[in-house]
Ligand binder design. Structure first.
Ligand code: FA5
Length: 344
């Protein structure tokens, strides 16, 4: 075996490599030179026959040739792949993203549509629109709204805790403290948001649902103001006067607390499927903000007071659309969703 054999092998590889036009041919060339029974392996087996004084140079040359062939094969492979992609692009019918969208396909979730309507109504009444975080601290979600550790009211909202001690907010009230600090002591703010509770699902219960919270703080605010704003919102949303009633409720963050019911807008109180024949629909828990909550929000409760309400948004959407199962709202079921385009 002589050095000339290496040069011959290199020349023959260069010629073969030049002729390759697809991946299969390349694989054949690879096997011919680098395969177990390939030409490089063949040269190596004859290493013994090389005169002792040439062994060093011979070894270096074979290794260099082997590396050259390996690198060249990788390069050719990349080159072929690039060419293949270019070919595919050339043969693909291109899509023009600048063409106008066909607006007859798809529709907004009814929750999105009604949220926009309700937010606009409150905006027209002078409310500022805010939002909150979905991951919250225990302090914001509970303590700052007068629900200290071990308070029984915590059990009313089964919480998804995170490993770092934070939680997925169980109520939009979690933003109250920040909003009171940022806007108080005279403010009218609403803050819609997605909330999470570890609940069993059924037609009226989701574990991921939406609330819309409102706070009004000022001097001499009364329950009459609260009723006024709720009725004004309902009138604008249902396009007619809706009677409301207050029942006693309990929330640690309001005192007194109420459950506000609306006269069923579908049967005008006569009783129907939507209101379960009671004539009333449970609409919105609310009340006068507890002095402790004002204090924790940096507001002097001797000088200022206010009210807060927490509209269960998905339930409002169900009432407005006659949807009988809350789970549709998170289902992304296009057949269901597309029906609401014409209903609102
Ligand atoms: C609260 O979350 C209070 N933070 C509301 C509040 C705010 C009261 C300000 C007073 C002042 P509650 O847990 O009742 O309260 O929930 C409020 C509304 O969210 C309910 O009336 C209901 O419409 C809706 N809701 C509660 N749980 C679920 C659920 N699992 N699925 C869908 N909607 C729900």
């Amino acid at each position: 075996m002589e050095l000339n054999n290496i040069i011959e092998t290199e020349n023959s590889f260069d010629a073969d490599a030049k002729a390759v036009s697809n991946l299969q041919e390349l694989e054949n060339v690879r096997l011919k030179y680098l395969g177990k029974k390939g030409l490089i392996a063949d040269i190596m087996t004859k290493f013994r026959e090389v005169p002792a004084e040439q062994k060093r140079e011979f070894g270096q040359k074979v290794n260099a040739l082997k590396s050259k062939i390996e690198n060249a094969i990788e390069e050719i492979k990349l080159d072929l792949a690039k060419k293949q992609i270019e070919e595919e692009i050339k043969n693909t019918k291109m899509f023009d993203y600048s063409l106008p969208v066909d607006t007859n396909t798809g529709s907004l979730n009814p929750r999105t549509i009604i949220q926009k309507q309700v937010v606009d109504i409150f905006k027209d009444m002078g409310f500022v629109i805010e939002d909150g975080c979905e991951i919250e601290t225990e302090y914001n979600n509970f303590e700052s709204v007068n629900v200290p550790k071990n308070h029984p009211a915590r059990d009313m909202q089964d919480t998804f805790w995170l490993s770092n001690g934070q939680l997925l907010k169980t109520q939009t009230s979690a933003a109250q403290n920040r909003i009171l600090r940022d806007y108080g002591p005279v403010c009218k703010v609403i803050f819609p948001g997605r909330v999470f509770r570890n609940e069993a699902l059924d037609a009226r219960h989701e574990n991921t649902f939406f609330q819309l919270e409102g706070v009004v703080v000022g001097k001499n605010i009364t329950v009459a103001n609260l009723i006024y704003f709720e009725k004004a919102m309902l009138k604008a949303l249902f396009k007619k006067d809706i009677e409301v009633r207050l029942r006693p409720g309990f929330f640690p963050f309001t005192e007194p607390s109420y459950e506000m019911d609306a006269r069923c807008p579908f049967c005008s109180g006569r009783g129907c499927h939507t209101c379960g024949n009671s004539g009333w629909i449970e609409l919105c828990p609310c009340g006068m903000i507890h002095p402790n909550v004002l204090k924790m929000g940096g507001i002097n409760p001797d000088e200022y007071n206010g009210f807060a309400f927490g509209l269960g948004f998905d339930r409002l959407v169900m009432i407005r659309t006659n949807l009988d199962d809350i789970r549709y709202l998170n289902s992304n079921n296009l057949k269901v969703m597309s029906q609401f385009k014409t209903k609102m």
